[in-house]
Ligand binder design. Sequence first.
Ligand SMILES: [Zn+2]
Length: 157
Amino acid sequence: MRGICIKSGNDVVLVDPFASNPSMVSKVKIDTAAVGLIMKGINRADIKAILVSHSHYDHLMDVPYIMNTYCPPTTKLFVNHTGVQIAERLKVDSTKIIDVEKPAGFTSVSGNIRVLPIISSHPPHIGNTKLYDGEYRPNTKPGQKAFGAVANPMPTL
Ligand SMILES: [Zn+2]
């Protein structure tokens, strides 16, 4: 389980919340009990935003479930273009999603917190080589196991 919970006053921002942690050979499936454990102690009404650094399964796969199960209707999801497509496919209300690849400057998510996305690239996986670009390809079969979900991310509920 990992991720970051940032709190300012009562306002909460979650960064890459991830609890499911499937093995590389098992089917990619959200572990709702594990997600429940990381969400325990966070007041749902206080969650102002979820920030996803990139759309590999170990950063994004639990987020649509968290958005739809734990967050109030006002929570914003900041994610790259690939993540927008995945989140929409997994029934996150598109009006809550902010595509960080569309420059918009700072976005206020509360009176205490504003978000400025900064675009960067993924570090190499091995040496100087990137094995997976992480782009979602709508007409290809989604990754059903962790290894495939890195190459073509699409978590299942
Ligand atoms: Zn990654």
